[in-house]
Structure formats: structure tokens, C-alpha cells
Design a protein around this ligand. Structure first.
Ligand SMILES: [Zn+2]
Length: 160
């Protein structure tokens, strides 16, 4: 029975979920991953370098399917740059115009969390907490502005 199961698994190609890695990436790994992510998505959106201000944080225009990343990032991306890139791609992959801002941020971040596992990019607790806090703040803002049917904090909790 065990062997049948194993064969079935081998055929279906199902793998156990990837364990989250915690070792920091080397510079070469960061460059390789950043460029591979770019190559995977550059045909469905426009990802290019531009002025990202003093904090050098990438941003996106979802309706234009455009992402602006910091100058020089391709030759020396940090782990933060990698997860922000995935988050911005996540906006373009998941967002619909009609969604509430808080839902857009939640979906982009959950997409990033899932993809960071596939690409074996560690997400430091500091960064994970910052994204979660950002989403919950957007939720409070939405409620303060009289938003209806705002999802609960639980519904907006990222599964890392
Ligand atoms: Zn965002």
C-alpha cells in the first residue's frame, strides 16, 4: 500500500510544503533570485528602474501593470527588495479596481508570502510584522472612514 501511495505521489508530483528557510541569502543568491523573478514576470507587466525616493521602496501602478524598482537594485538587491518586489507583483496579480484598499494590501501580501516560500526567500519576523501591521492599519483607516463589510483582523492575518 505504501509503495502505491508513493508511486501516486511521484506521478502527481506533489511535494510537501517547502520549509521556510531562515539562513540569510548570499549576495549571489539575492541577485539570482531578483533577476529570475523579473524574467518570470516581465512579459505580463512592465518592471523598470526609476526614482523610488529616499527610502528606495518599489511601488506599482496596478491599472498600468507597471512596477518601479530602485535604481541599481538588479545588481545588489536586499532581502527587503526581494519581498517588496513580490508584494508589488502580488498587487498586479491579485487586485481588482473594485476592492477595498485593505483587501488589496492583504491579497498582495499573502501572494508575496506564498511566493517567498516557492523562491526560498526568508522573510524576517521584523518584515513580516511590518506588513501585517500595515494591513491592520489600513483596516482601521477603512473603518474610520465608515467602510462597510471591512474584514476582521483574523480574516486579514497573513499565513506565512
Ligand atoms: Zn502594497
Amino acid at each position: 500500500m505504501g509503495s502505491v501511495q508513493q508511486t501516486k505521489q511521484a506521478v502527481s508530483g506533489k511535494k510537501r510544503p517547502a520549509a521556510r528557510r531562515t539562513r540569510p541569502l548570499t549576495k549571489t543568491e539575492r541577485i539570482t533570485k531578483y533577476n529570475r523573478i523579473y524574467l518570470k514576470y516581465c512579459n505580463e507587466m512592465w518592471i523598470h528602474c526609476g526614482d523610488c525616493g529616499k527610502d528606495r521602496r518599489a511601488y506599482s501602478y496596478v491599472s498600468l501593470r507597471e512596477i518601479v524598482v530602485p535604481m541599481g537594485v538588479f545588481s545588489d538587491p536586499s532581502e527587503w527588495d526581494l519581498i517588496v518586489l513580490l508584494h508589488e507583483i502580488g498587487h498586479i496579480k491579485t487586485n481588482k479596481e473594485s476592492m477595498k484598499m485593505v483587501v488589496k494590501e492583504y491579497l498582495a501580501t499573502q501572494w508575496m508570502a506564498d511566493e517567498s516560500k516557492k523562491w526560498e526567500i526568508p522573510v524576517k519576523k521584523l518584515y513580516a510584522d511590518a506588513f501585517q501591521k500595515y494591513i491592520w492599519e489600513k483596516r482601521k483607516l477603512s473603518i474610520a472612514r465608515g467602510g462597510k463589510n471591512v474584514p476582521s483582523e483574523e480574516e486579514l492575518a497573513i499565513r506565512w
